[in-house]
Design a protein around this ligand. Structure first.
Ligand SMILES: N[C@@H](CCC(=O)N[C@@H](CS)C(=O)NCC(=O)O)C(=O)O
Length: 364
């Protein structure tokens, strides 16, 4: 496709880069008149600014003491009636990875709330290389999709389309708005809150009444989220991405003391907050289901496994997986295992994906 574009100088002065499949990713320049150049548009044309320090996770810097600190998400708008982003069918799109726990939160809640038609989903390939998350057109993988909106080759192309000056990591999940052609929100904890309530008046009664953050239980849920996120959800990453022995040991002890607390909380109970499924379960579950297949080995969280060391957590996890399709259908162990073991070459240089555990999740 050949198009004329007016582009600022810096966007065509970028260096040549080779993507993970060995392809040249600089757009080819075919003419230049008065600042208007003809660019043979490849889907990578939007990414000529050098953003490799954000897209390549193997080059991610840790803090001076060797600990991992997650950057805050930056697109933080809300879908709400009367707002810039109104709750409308056919308007939004959800981009996810099956591998990513934060993205899996959004898939689970989307399904629990029956929002499939409001948020069509695109799944990236699990092999995150030096350009970040690829779509299937750049890296074919079973159950990965092409980008249906723009034919982008990588998630980063969409971030730079939304904001050419974007500074930050190119993360999933995120919601794309086809009216303003931008990212509405890339923070899963906020996306699941929107899913929980913003579309209720357009949903059938049985789905509208599903409430994962009920008024009466909010204080209890907030209190759980407050320690489960740093100690467990992000805790496993802090153990796995630590670059000193000291930072790792500190982080891994926090993970297991968090799990000990959860084991006590779940004893004899089906849900964290008495009697009902809430967002606290969803937020914890996505980490627990990855624990034995990935975090025990890859992130060195190996004091014990969930199946051997935490019978109550294991029972809770299996029940949700085997009895609730929203959980099982949002989980793809092939994507999960491949992503972590393949993508973090700073931790697993051979990129070998372990065969076990067998089974990946135990039967009920
Ligand atoms: N705060 C974000 C975190 C999302 C996130 O870190 N996603 C990871 C995958 S699990 C990602 O896309 N990382 C890409 C990168 O850091 O380059 C959320 O909860 O939505």
């Amino acid at each position: 496709m050949l198009r004329s574009l007016s582009v600022p100088r810096r966007s065509y002065s970028g260096v040549l880069r080779i993507n993970q499949l060995g392809r040249l990713t600089r757009p080819s320049l075919t003419g230049l008149t008065n600042g208007v150049i003809a660019i043979r548009l490849s889907s990578t044309a939007t990414m000529s600014r050098d953003t490799s320090h954000y897209s390549d996770i193997s080059k991610m810097k840790s803090s001076a003491d060797g600990s991992f600190n997650r950057l805050a998400s930056t697109f933080r708008e809300f879908i709400k009636p009367g707002g810039k982003f109104a709750p409308e069918k056919g308007r939004y799109h959800l981009y996810v990875s099956y591998a990513c726990p934060w993205a899996t939160r959004t898939l689970i809640v989307r399904k629990l709330k029956g929002l499939e038609e409001f948020f069509p989903v695109t799944v990236v390939s699990p092999r995150m290389g030096n350009n970040g998350w690829p779509f299937s057109t750049a890296d074919a993988f079973p159950n990965a999709d092409p980008d249906p909106l723009f034919g982008s080759s990588h998630v980063k192309d969409l971030y730079l389309r939304a904001n050419p000056d974007y500074e930050g990591r190119f993360t999933v999940p995120f919601i794309w708005d086809t009216v303003h052609n931008t990212i509405v929100n890339n923070e899963s904890s906020e996306i699941i809150r929107m899913f929980n309530s913003a579309f209720n008046d357009q949903l059938p009664a049985d789905k509208a009444k599903v409430d994962l953050y009920p008024e009466a239980k909010r204080a209890e849920i907030d209190e759980l989220n407050e320690w489960i996120y740093p100690e467990i959800n992000n805790g496993v990453y802090r153990a796995g991405f630590a670059t000193t022995q000291e930072a790792y040991e500190k982080a891994v002890h926090i993970v297991f003391s968090g799990l000990d607390k959860v084991e006590k909380l779940l004893t004899g109970k089906d849900y964290l907050v008495d009697g009902q499924l809430s967002e606290a379960d969803v937020r914890l579950w996505v980490t627990i289901v990855r624990f034995d297949p990935v975090y025990v080995g890859h992130f060195k969280c190996n004091f014990t496994t969930i199946r051997d060391g935490y019978p109550e957590i294991n029972r809770w996890m299996k029940q949700l997986y085997w009895k609730n399709a929203a959980f099982k259908d949002s989980t793809n162990f092939e994507h999960i295992k491949t992503h972590y073991y393949w993508s973090h070459s700073q931790i697993n240089g051979t990129r070998i994906v372990p065969f076990g555990p067998i089974p990946t999740i135990q039967p009920l």
